[in-house]
Design a binder for this molecule. Structure first.
Ligand code: HEM
Length: 510
């Protein structure tokens, strides 16, 4: 009897221990998640009868931010496809501390992009706003946004662009020379970031070539740290993402301060053309130092990260499709000697090369989507999108679901030759966004990438050492292995192109 009651007591103690250490915490977690779900769902607008979109809100407070980071980092497209298949083109989630609706598909995205300032307004997550600052164009609104954008766009007029081509070409040439001279393999992605950074420093901020070279090394690394932490939970405590992002931002500000002071003292100089930063400084009343530093940081960020991502994807796709490289060389050969080559704006100017860029931006759009806040509750496809909630319009999902394309998984630049997919569905192909928030650097990016391609395709052959790489997002798209490639050899233009190529190279024309 004593033995039995001791055993019973032993079991009882074991049961209580198990209950307290395993079952109770589990029950508490489930209850917390239910309460969390109820709390978030209670955010629906009672004046609107339509239901909230389907979807899950994830863990209390963290939402699906950690999950999104983890999965997007490691299996980006699979994760998004899974979500799409489960919930459709409009679904709710909880990201960066806010209830959020993810939206994709040309018709839905059109409604978002065309409703800027009416139903929605651009609003990046709090961490981005804090790091880039309230004076950045992407954080400006209404009349101020319009004015700032008008000022920057002047830096990308046709005349200005013609002046940029030799600068872009000089920088690309210098990098290609280095790659061709190096005995070992080249890590393409870090190389592209440095190249595009130098170009952005010189063209967008008007820095001297020597300045951009000396500042480049240090600044690129600090930028990397800032960009890595741009999308974080909005908690500014030591070692948090936001804390590290703000620290990196402050270093960038102090590094470019000297150059900006110099720029401010030379502001009245009558140069041939004005860079984007100068136009911003001159726009309206005299600016505060802080405002100028924020604008400069935004231009450097927007201007180098996206183009570096696209240039890396271009090298990757061309490394995998020798037939496309052949066609590009053929096109270049055909246009050689043609006066039109001198005018970058000529509509048929290197049309196929342009299609290679378009196709690359379709499959690997460097900016995966844009952020908005809902100003007024509205309905989208039968769902309510409540006031105060955040919206992410997804560029990569929208490209993935564009139905009008044949073989859309394949890299086929030809598909853009006759008509662009956006002819039939203007908002189905949106690498640069659309509406009032369309990318301000769009034309500059396209010219820059064309000049880059011409230079690389005419001078190099290359092999991807690891075959097709896995891509990840953080925050722009890039290859996991940094795209190791081996530059084979320098091409002799005369051998490759025959008579006629020599002497009508870019140098003579640009
Ligand atoms: C391939 C290159 C590029 C791509 C794919 C790209 C993509 C985008 C996208 C999708 C947006 C819209 C985001 C939204 O809807 O909220 C945007 C906005 C912006 N981009 Fe780009 N971009 C590129 C190059 C550049 C360059 C070179 C610059 C520098 C001049 C730049 C500066 C900006 C700025 C300042 C905005 C904010 C515009 C506004 O709020 O009105 N981008 N970009």
């Amino acid at each position: 009897g004593i033995f039995q009651s001791k055993m019973f007591m032993g079991f009882g103690a074991l049961f209580i221990t198990c209950f307290c250490t395993l079952v109770l915490p589990l029950l508490l977690i489930v209850a917390a998640m239910k309460l969390w779900e109820m709390y978030v769902v209670s955010g629906r607008d009672p004046t609107c009868q339509s239901p909230l979109p389907p979807g899950t809100m994830g863990l209390p407070f963290l939402g699906e931010t950690v999950h999104l980071f983890y999965t997007i980092y490691f299996q980006r497209r699979t994760f998004l496809k899974m979500k799409r298949q489960k919930y459709g083109y409009i679904y709710k989630t909880h990201l960066f501390g806010s209830p959020t609706v993810r939206i994709m598909g040309s018709e839905h995205v059109k409604q978002i992009l065309m409703s800027e300032h009416k139903l929605v307004a651009a609003q990046w997550p709090a961490s981005v706003r804090l790091i880039l600052g309230s004076h950045a164009l992407s954080n400006a609104h209404g009349a101020l946004h319009k004015r700032k954008k008008k000022a920057i766009i002047k830096a990308f007029s046709r005349e200005a662009m013609e002046q940029y081509i030799p600068v872009i070409r000089e920088e690309v040439r210098c990098s290609v020379d280095n790659w061709l001279q190096s005995d070992s393999c080249v890590l393409m992605y870090p190389e592209m970031k440095r190249l595009m950074f130098r170009i952005a420093m010189r063209i967008l901020l008007g820095f001297e070539p020597e300045q951009s070279k000396t500042d480049e090394l240090e600044l690129v690394e600090v930028f990397e740290e800032m960009i890595k932490n741009l999308f974080s939970l909005p908690i500014d405590v030591p070692f948090s993402g936001l804390y590290r992002g703000l620290r990196a931002r402050n270093i960038i500000h102090s590094k470019i301060e000297q150059n900006i002071k110099k720029k401010l003292s030379n502001i009245d100089n009558n140069n041939n053309y004005k860079d984007a930063l100068q136009l911003l400084i001159e726009d309206g009343e005299r600016k505060e130092q802080r405002e100028i530093k924020e604008s400069a940081t935004e231009l450097l960020f927007g201007g180098h990260e996206t183009t570096a991502s696209t240039a890396t994807s271009l090298v990757m796709f061309l490394g995998l499709h020798a037939n496309v490289v052949r066609k590009m060389r053929h096109e270049l050969q055909e246009k050689v000697g043609c006066l039109c080559l001198r005018i970058w704006g000529c509509t048929w100017w290197l049309k196929y090369t342009g299609c290679v860029i378009k196709e690359t931006l379709r499959i690997n759009p460097p900016v995966p989507g844009g952020f908005r806040v809902v100003l007024k509750t509205f309905e989208l496809n039968g769902y309510q999108i409540p006031r105060g909630w955040k919206i992410i319009y997804s560029i990569c999902d929208t490209h993935d679901v564009l139905d009008t394309l044949i073989n859309k998984e394949e890299f086929q630049p030809e598909r853009f030759m006759d008509k662009s997919p956006d002819d039939s569905s203007r908002f189905g192909y949106i690498p640069f966004g659309g509406g009032a928030r369309t990318c301000v650097g769009k034309e500059f990016a396209k010219v820059l990438l064309k000049v880059f391609l011409v230079e690389v395709v005419t001078r190099c052959d290359w092999t991807l050492l690891n075959g097709p790489p896995t891509m990840k997002t953080g925050p722009t798209v890039y290859p996991v292995d940094n795209l190791q490639h081996m530059g084979d050899r320098m091409l002799d233009p005369q051998d490759q192109w025959g008579e006629g190529w020599h002497g009508t190279s870019w140098e003579a024309d640009a």
